[in-house]
Design a protein around this ligand. Structure first.
Ligand code: GLC
Length: 803
């Protein structure tokens, strides 16, 4: 079996050439509030706002056939019935192609000398789902065909749709409006968050339709063989609710030989029919639909122009230039809520996840990112702790709260990135509320967040784990044995506090410099103690009774990845000249960090990525069942790619270019897909163009099989690892730092980077074939010392780098 497609970078599309991909390979379409995901088989779901309360169409997450229903187009040509998406009918096609682009998906398929193209898109500025269709008769005789679009409607609210459909099915009306040539969906469920009034219409007059799903599908049948396509549509409305509703209608077409016809289906959504009519009317010409596509293109041109790379590796180019930016926008807008593997039942803005998602978005979509950062900061309590999560629409937190002790550090990382990217230091003074009481500036939020960590330490001087740090699975242990202290958060604190010191320095802010330095020193001492060092690596958790996790002495989970990577990252920022009390900042022992990363290489490296720890737990203690995975799965010793990204950064910081590149290139989705596609059930299986959260590890029978693509903080970090640590183009508060760490065989590469109004045209040459070395830096033809290019007001700058 070959691979399933290829990148067409000139069109910024991924082209799927076989519909039978090993898993649904999806794309996201996202407008103002309206969003959808759609697969290579046209399976998918449409929702407004949040998918827990605004789901407009149904997707049966656990149902069979998998990846259904969706946005189907049925073609009836003589005796044959088929779909350009191949599914659900699965009639053999003469040709098939699915192009996932940025914000749209296009199918082009042919059968029996009829070619059909359908582009699905949601314009950036309006809540309307558009199907742009072209059919062409390639035969020598005229053709009379029928075309039917099909979607199954859902009851907006996830709970109502799943558990309370019996009652709530009666709180919606589905009717035909012949004048408007449309099907009308009037949803008025009691206490619904979103009372959508939607209009599903065609630009071609239709006479026949069905709104009653079970009449259209028929008993014992599925979307693969609806009775409505055999007997004809029943024109049944569902005027006062009851049971299940769908939207399907028939367009009858006559095509002369060689004739092509273009027409549109539209699903406009708002909270009033008047408004939906207006949106619907706005898209009544071909020109308006062309413009919607162009406007999407312009939106992406602008975002992507902030960083474009040209390296000898096409997969790196496609991912950094197009697909990871797309991925991080998807995570920013959808958190961990909805994909083929996330049901969309909970909408949650979780401080630490959201901050990570926003981090690269500060470059790509700075305005959106800023709004999200402000929202996330507003979920911090006045004492510096953040609430577990909130619903982003209502800002309500769930009833049961728990402490994620790591939260604050991610806020600092992201605000630093925002400031480095934009230079907007005023942001630090913006006043935002605390979640419980009072308000404070952005800077004050960050400080209080770090104080919360520093103010809660255990007997060894490390932060209390409370319920959990970055690793969700540790909840099981904190529940069974409270009082753990986390090594990882101490390391992350040091890195965050140093970034904050830089921020204070740069903004000439009168911040509590001494306090931060003393805290860095205290954690540094604690981390350098024998209680943390295990001989060859850093331990993970310490308990008050002397028990430890992540030690040679443990039978399971002897070595963890994160405390090795973060030891390096924590030590990577040297104290700035202004805060020079070197004696105070003793620093982390460089020998130890190197030894630790060598242990990672020896003990955690596999052909598909690094294990999060090893060996896995074979017996889970009683705790949260959601996090107790079988050995080798997820956080239980799986290949957790999010955590892999920090190991890449750590090796690049250490200057181990070969290792950094090995870890980086190994887990790029395009490469995983290419190398490991042979077994559709056990191979990597996920999209080559979206990052994956984790892969089954070698202790699991599905070793190499990818899980949970798209919605992972790993997407943000792999983008940062690639752009800033492999290619080494890293914005700081004082200038653009150039610090490449690349594969030895690369002769050269170039990067165009737009930052603070300046476009940097950067050419990097590697004549001596090293992966990292001293660099010679020429800016506009003049040599400059060091690696930092100070910011200027000039619009264009050329940078020549020789390693
Ligand atoms: C998932 C969670 C994230 C957590 C990570 C590691 O990605 O969304 O919050 O940090 O797993 O457990």
């Amino acid at each position: 079996m070959g691979s399933y497609g290829y990148f067409d970078e000139s069109a910024r599309e991924y082209v799927i050439t076989s519909p039978e991909t090993p898993a649904p390979w999806i794309n996201y379409l996202m407008g103002k509030n309206l969003k959808a995901f759609i697969s290579q088989g046209a399976g998918g779901m449409l929702w407004q706002g949040e998918p827990n309360c605004g789901r407009l169409t149904r997707y049966r997450f656990n149902g069979l056939p998998a990846d259904s229903p969706g946005f189907y187009l049925y073609i009836k040509d003589g005796e044959s019935v088929w779909n350009p998406s191949y599914y659900p009918v699965m009639a053999e096609l003469d040709s098939y192609e699915c192009r996932h682009g940025l914000g749209y998906t296009r199918f082009a398929a042919g059968k029996d000398q009829l070619s059909v193209e359908v582009t699905y898109l949601i314009p950036i500025e309006d809540d309307i789902f558009l199907w742009d269709i072209r059919v062409k008769n390639l035969a020598g005789q005229p053709k009379d065909i029928s075309i039917y679009p099909y979607m199954e409607f859902a009851l907006h609210d996830c709970d109502k749709d799943t558990y309370h459909f019996l009652v709530c099915g009666n709180q919606a009306r589905y009717s035909h409006d012949p004048e408007l040539n449309a099907l009308m969906v009037d949803y008025f469920a009691f206490e619904a968050t979103f009372m959508g009034k939607s209009i599903f219409s065609s630009s071609l007059k239709f006479a026949n339709f069905d709104l009653d799903r079970d009449r259209f599908i028929g008993r014992g049948r599925t979307e693969a063989n609806p009775i409505g396509l055999v007997r004809g549509l029943s024109n049944s409305e569902v005027k006062d609710g009851g049971r299940y509703a769908c939207g399907v209608f028939e367009n009858v077409l006559h095509l002369e030989p060689g004739e092509e016809k273009r027409f549109f289906y539209k699903y406009a959504v708002s909270e009033s029919f008047d408004e939906s009519r207006k949106i619907n009317a706005k898209y009544s010409s071909a020109a308006s639909i062309d413009e919607a596509l162009k406007s999407l293109g312009r939106f992406w041109d602008q975002a992507l122009s902030t960083a474009q790379v040209d390296t000898p590796d096409p997969a790196v180019n496609a991912l950094l230039n197009t697909w990871l930016p797309n991925n991080v926008r998807v995570t920013l807008k959808n958190a961990r809520s909805i994909s083929t593997r996330h049901s969309g039942s909970s909408a949650a803005l979780c401080f630490r996840d959201t901050m990570q998602d926003a981090m690269p978005c500060t470059q790509l979509f700075a305005d959106d990112a800023r709004v999200v950062i402000e929202k996330a900061l507003s979920t911090m309590l006045a004492n510096g702790r953040t609430v577990r999560s909130v619903n982003p629409e209502t800002m309500q937190a769930p009833e049961t709260d728990f402490v994620r002790i790591d939260a604050a550090v991610w806020g600092v990382f992201t605000v630093y990135q925002y400031l480095a990217e934009t230079g907007d230091l005023e942001f630090l003074n913006q006043v935002l509320p605390y979640y419980d009481a009072g308000e404070g500036s952005v800077l004050e939020h960050l400080l209080r967040g770090l104080r919360f960590i520093a103010g809660h330490t255990g007997k060894d001087g490390l932060p209390d784990l409370f319920d959990v740090d970055w690793n969700d699975m540790l909840q099981i242990f904190s529940a069974a044995k409270p009082g753990g202290q986390t090594v990882m958060v101490a390391q992350q604190f040091i890195y965050a506090a140093r970034l904050l010191l830089e921020i204070l320095d740069c903004g000439n802010e009168d911040g509590p410099v001494d306090e931060l330095e003393q805290q860095i020193d205290a954690f540094t001492r604690a981390l350098n103690s024998d209680a943390v060092w295990d001989g060859k690596w850093f331990r993970r958790l310490l308990f008050a009774d002397g028990e430890v996790m992540g030690s040679q002495a443990n039978a399971e989970a002897k070595i963890f990845l994160n405390t090795q990577s973060w030891a390096v990252i924590a030590a990577s920022l040297s104290p700035s000249a202004r805060f020079a009390p070197a004696a105070l900042l003793s620093g982390l022992d460089p020998e130890k960090t190197r030894t630790a990363m060598n242990s990672v290489y020896e003990r955690l490296n596999t052909e598909y990525g690094l294990r999060i720890f090893s060996p896995p737990f074979t017996r889970m203690s009683d705790g949260s069942p959601f996090n107790g995975n079988t050995p080798g799965a997820g956080e239980n010793g799986g290949l957790f790619l999010h955590a892999n990204t920090w190991a890449i950064i750590a090796e690049a910081i250490l200057g181990n270019g070969d290792r950094a590149w090995e870890y980086f290139s190994k887990i790029l989705p395009a490469k995983l897909s290419e190398r490991n596609h042979k077994d559709p059930q056990r191979g990597y299986a996920n999209e080559p163009y979206a990052f994956t959260s984790w892969i089954y590890g070698p202790d699991h029978e599905r070793f190499g099989n990818g899980q949970l693509s798209w919605l992972t903080g790993g997407a943000a970090w792999i983008y940062k690892a690639g752009l800033e640590y492999i290619l080494g183009i890293r914005p700081t508060l004082n200038g653009l730092r150039i610090d490449p760490c690349i594969p030895k065989e690369w002769e050269q590469y170039s990067v165009t980077r737009k930052l603070r109004g300046t476009t940097y045209h950067i050419e990097v040459g590697n004549p001596q074939h090293v992966s990292k070395g001293k660099i010679r830096l020429k800016v506009d033809g003049k040599d400059i010392e060091g690696q930092l290019i100070p910011y200027t007001a000039r619009e264009e700058i050329t940078v020549e780098v020789t390693i």
